[in-house]
Design a binder for this molecule. Structure first.
Ligand code: URA
Length: 244
């Protein structure tokens, strides 16, 4: 079990949005004067998000929509993967095609990140997979890592780090810090909803991490829930309740 205290609890929003970053993706970039993130505003994604927010849908429907959205996001977030030319013989002739030429590692933050994993894997079956179990413990005021499994060789690998809800950013920061200890390459943090506080925290601590989200939300409430949000993503995925 690894217990970590983030270096800085007080964070000033970080802003360093370079021209280079702007060119990196064709997804719409939304920039406030303080936050750096990539908003995926495709109408199909936004439509599915509206369905997901509805408190009356079943957990089966919730899981299915998260999976569908993850497939669309997988497509959007991998635009920059390197490709190489390869020769293919069609039934009619030989031609030159592009194939993906770099390894990709998908890491799901337990438990809600699991809801996104299947959809990602369907579109990116060549990717390897890791899991990190990490949570914010309010009693000891620190993040606690209780599980970590990564493939053998992750050095310099591109990472899609999955957590549908970027709330305070503590868990995501701890996961990123941990992955960086293994010398991984570029990290893209893939979320469905992001609170401004979480985006600012990642921007401040890890300005090299790209945050993808379907919606930048209004705020976090006192209990740490995202507003307007969709509730506890893990509970909605697996139809559980919190026993205190
Ligand atoms: N995690 C969730 O699942 N939901 C929130 O609103 C915040 C964090």
């Amino acid at each position: 079990m690894v217990v970590r205290r983030l270096k800085s609890k007080v964070m000033e929003p970080y802003f360093n949005f370079t021209e280079n970053f702007m060119k990196k993706t064709k997804a719409k970039k939304t920039i406030s004067s303080k936050l750096k993130y990539i908003q995926m505003d495709h109408p199909v994604l936004q439509h599915k998000l509206a369905l997901l927010r509805d408190k009356n849908i079943s957990s089966m429907a919730f899981r299915q929509i998260v999976e569908e959205m993850s497939q669309l996001i997988a497509y959007e977030a991998t635009r920059e993967l390197k490709t190489t030319k390869t020769s293919v013989v069609t039934p009619l002739e030989k031609t030159t095609c592009s194939k993906i030429a770099e390894p990709l590692l998908i890491v799901a933050i337990l438990r809600a990140g699991l809801g996104m994993l299947n959809g990602m894997m369907k579109i990116l079956p060549f990717a390897t997979v890791g899991h990190i179990g990490i949570y914010r413990d309010r009693f000891i005021n620190a993040t606690v890592e209780y599980y970590l499994r990564l493939p053998k060789d992750v050095k310099n690998q591109k990472i899609l780090l999955l957590d549908p809800m970027l709330a305070s950013g503590d868990t995501a920061c701890a996961a990123i810090e941990r992955l960086k200890e293994y010398g991984v390459g570029k990290i893209q943090l893939i979320t469905l909803l992001a609170a401004p506080q979480g985006v600012a925290k990642i921007n401040e601590h890890f300005p090299d991490v790209e945050i993808y989200t379907v919606s930048l939300e209004r705020e976090l409430n006192k209990k740490g829930y995202i507003l307007p949000g969709m509730g506890d993503a893990g509970d909605r995925l697996y139809d559980t309740i919190q026993h205190s």
